[in-house]
Write a protein that binds this ligand. Structure first.
Ligand SMILES: CC(C)(COP(=O)(O)OP(=O)(O)OC[C@H]1O[C@@H](n2cnc3c(N)ncnc32)[C@H](O)[C@@H]1OP(=O)(O)O)[C@@H](O)C(=O)NCCC(=O)NCCS
Length: 138
């Protein structure tokens, strides 16, 4: 089931966030994010727990994908696809934009499969070595 996260989901949000970055908790505070008018954090609930989340920012006609992550034991079961498809359908008139590390094949494949197209690259954006690929779904 897909639902918006609440402050009660903070522990699971932080556990999942740690899979993205070691210092995730210093960068993202769930209470602040859900109180921002332009920020939406969707969770995927299964087995009575949050096993994935998708964080987006809505700025006028554009949606920026901030983060998406699925717990390791729940991967390759189309949960990320369901979360992204949910926002594509809900905000069908908006352009969705994201950045992916060129080395992150799983995420690149996920976005390509859903119909995101590469529009640009930022050379050496990650650690001065890996390019960021900018992808868009219109
Ligand atoms: C990337 C990630 C979100 C994918 O989540 P998921 O729920 O496993 O993805 P899905 O099951 O919806 O997969 C959809 C498509 O993505 C691609 N994909 C997913 N996992 C993959 C893997 N291990 N290897 C290659 N392609 C993969 C495939 O094209 C897949 O379609 P298929 O199953 O028909 O082959 C997940 O692996 C993850 O949390 N990774 C760590 C965090 C991360 O990198 N987030 C993105 C950057 S913010």
């Amino acid at each position: 089931m897909i639902r918006e996260l609440t402050i009660n989901d903070n522990d699971e949000f932080q556990t999942l966030g740690k899979l993205l970055k070691d210092n995730f908790k210093d960068l993202y505070n769930l209470e602040e994010e859900i109180n921002r008018e332009y920020s939406v954090v969707l969770g995927y609930e299964e087995d009575n727990k949050i096993v994935a989340f998708l964080h987006i920012k809505i700025i006028q006609d554009e949606i920026d994908v901030e983060n998406i992550v699925v717990a390791e034991a729940y991967r390759k079961r189309k949960i990320a696809t369901k979360l992204l498809t949910y926002i594509i359908n809900k905000y069908e008139n908006k352009k969705i934009i994201l950045e992916v590390n060129e080395k992150n094949t799983k995420a690149y494949n996920l976005y390509s499969k859903i119909g995101f197209k590469e529009i640009n690259r930022r050379k050496g954006y990650y650690n001065g070595t890996d390019d960021a690929i900018i992808m868009v779904k219109i």
